[in-house]
Design a protein around this ligand. Structure first.
Ligand code: KG4
Ligand code: ZN
Length: 364
């Protein structure tokens, strides 16, 4: 098939951000983000200390058309200039997913455009490619509020899972511990702010799964230990030191498990083309970034993290994932379903399912 330029409207509604973006993927592989609009629902959920699915779905319905129009206007394009529409079809809070997917289907039908039903995780996987030239294949650490996994990404839609969390996701651990420290939702960025200047060595915390030979993650023991310490704190300095210790412990575990995965990946690739990419909301954390940067350097991997705006949920990554599929001639029918659960590596998820609850359901 002859390569062609793709200009795609991306839509993201799987959690608490209503987002739309227009992304262009050139025939030469060059990526241009023509617009990226993210409407946050933080104010609507803050009183409840977390995302309320029903409120999220309603808020998506109320704003998706305005946000999509804004993305088109900022890109300086009309719907007739698009070559496709890409909407998150899962995994996520299904009420919200249905809103963005239905909107995408409507645009596709009305404008006779191909539709791509995008896996939200595939969006995070390509997010580093929005602002840097990262070729396939690469080793990916995907760390968000609902997911914590290491994946060998071979190309579009071709992933092998090397490790996953056996309980909470890293972002979920940040959020829950932040709550016990009395910080407002969303806790991850707030905990990072509180940790600034804190003494990470004051409160010893358990190092989970240390010495285990696989690449899996676990954060529940850390969460319990931190909650117990938090109960007995009285000063602001103590809270700051605990926040610093928690952040350091999470960063250390992410780095240690990534180090294991890098070692195995380097052997499998015979030391060639060693690229490490981190994506997802937790990739916005500077302590996490610097630990991973050092780990990658020590293992001879290049290191790429998306700019902060593309770490957390956005629609530019969904648009790019859709554009890459369209460039390969892949699209989806207009009856594509919304999927609350949708692992990137379906084979691994079936053979080793991980059952847990969380911000986005099972971390499979
Ligand atoms: O990727 P994302 O926006 O949504 C999901 O797909 O889950 O990730 C959101 C998660 C939340 O748990 C949030 O607390 C965490 O990423 N997060 C952070 C930071 N920024 C966002 N965690 C730690 N430090 C940050 N700076
Ligand atoms: Zn996400």
């Amino acid at each position: 098939m002859t390569p062609s330029t793709q200009t795609v409207l991306g839509l993201e509604t799987s959690c608490d951000e209503t987002a739309a973006a227009v992304v262009r993927l050139g025939a030469d592989g060059a990526v241009t983000v023509l617009s990226s609009v993210v409407g946050s629902q933080i104010a609507a959920h803050a009183p409840y200390g977390g995302v309320v699915p029903e409120i999220a779905a309603r808020a998506h319905v109320e704003s998706i058309d305005r946000i999509a129009d804004q993305a088109m206007a900022e890109a300086g394009l009309g719907y007739g200039d698009l070559t496709g529409v890409a909407a998150t079809a899962g995994p996520g809070l299904v009420g919200g997913v249905m809103v963005g997917l239905a909107f995408g289907k409507a645009v596709a039908l009305a404008r006779r455009l191909p539709l791509v039903a995008v896996n939200h995780l595939e969006g995070h996987a390509v997010s580093a490619r929005l602002a840097a030239q990262v070729g396939y294949p690469f080793l990916l650490l995907l760390v968000s509020g609902g997911h914590c996994q290491l994946l060998a990404v071979e190309g579009v839609g071709a992933c092998t899972r090397l490790g996953t969390t056996i309980d909470d996701a890293a972002g979920e651990a940040f959020d829950k511990i932040a709550k016990t420290l009395g910080l407002p939702y969303p806790g991850g960025p707030e905990l990072e702010k509180l940790a600034q200047g804190g003494d990470a060595t004051r409160f010893p915390l358990p190092r989970m799964l240390l010495g285990r030979k696989d690449c899996d993650f676990s954060f529940s023991g850390l969460k319990t230990a931190a909650a117990r310490i938090a109960e007995g704190l009285s000063t602001e300095t103590e809270r700051r030191d605990l926040a610093a210790a928690v952040q350091a412990a999470i960063a250390a575990q992410l780095a240690e498990r990534s180090d294991r995965a890098m070692a195995a990946y380097a052997i499998a690739r015979q030391g060639q083309g060693l690229r490490f990419v981190v994506a997802g909301g937790v990739a916005a954390n500077q302590a996490v970034r610097s630990r991973l940067t050092a780990t990658a350097a020590a293992r001879g991997f290049s290191f790429t993290a998306p700019p902060l705006a593309y770490c957390t949920d956005n629609a530019a990554m969904i648009g790019l994932a859709g554009a890459e599929r369209l460039a390969l001639g892949l699209s989806d029918p207009l009856d594509a379903p919304a999927r609350p659960r949708w692992p990137l590596d379906e084979a691994a998820a079936l053979s080793n399912p991980v059952h847990s609850t969380g911000r986005k359901g099972a971390k499979a």
